[in-house]
Design a protein around this ligand. Sequence first.
Ligand code: FES
Length: 173
Amino acid sequence: MLVTPHMAMREELEALADTFGRDRSALIPMLQAIQRKNGYVSDLAMQEAADILGIHPVEVHGVVSFYGFLGTEANGRFVIRMCQTVSCDMAGKDAVARQLENDLGIEFGETTKDGKFTLEWANCLGMCDQGPALLVNDKFYTKVTADQVADILDECRKAFGATALQAEKEWLV
Ligand code: FES
C-alpha cells in the first residue's frame, strides 16, 4: 500500500500521542519530538497534532511560533542560537557571532549547504550572568569566546554521524 506523507505523519503523531497522552499537555512534547526528527514542524504536522489532541490548529501554530526551539522551516541538524540580548551583547557576542559566520560561511538566518548547521539569533536564553551564551540544539554553551567556536563546531561535526544514525531510534526520547 502506498504510504502518503499525510499517512506517515499521522502515524508518527499517533505514536507520540500514545507516549505523551491525548490532551493539551502532550502538545509541546509532541512538537519537540517532531522538531527533533524533522528539523521543523510542518503545517501538516500542526494540523494532525491539533486533530489528535482536539485543539484548534491556530493554537498549535501559536505554540510553534512562540517557542524559539520550534520552527516551521527546515533547519540544519544543528541549530546554533546566539543570544542577542543586552547582557550577552555587552559580554562580547559580536565577536562570537562573526567567528561563527566566518567558520560556517553563512550569515545568521541561513543554513549551510550540507544541511548540518543553521545560525539563528535568539533572545535571552536565561544565562545572562554567563554570556555570551549559545544554545546548540538542546545544549548550552556559556562564556563563549571566538576562540572556542572551532571546538564547538568540531564537537557538532563529530556528533553528526552518531546523531544521524540514532535519529530514527531516539526521536521519541
Ligand atoms: S542576555 Fe543572553 S542569556 Fe540573557
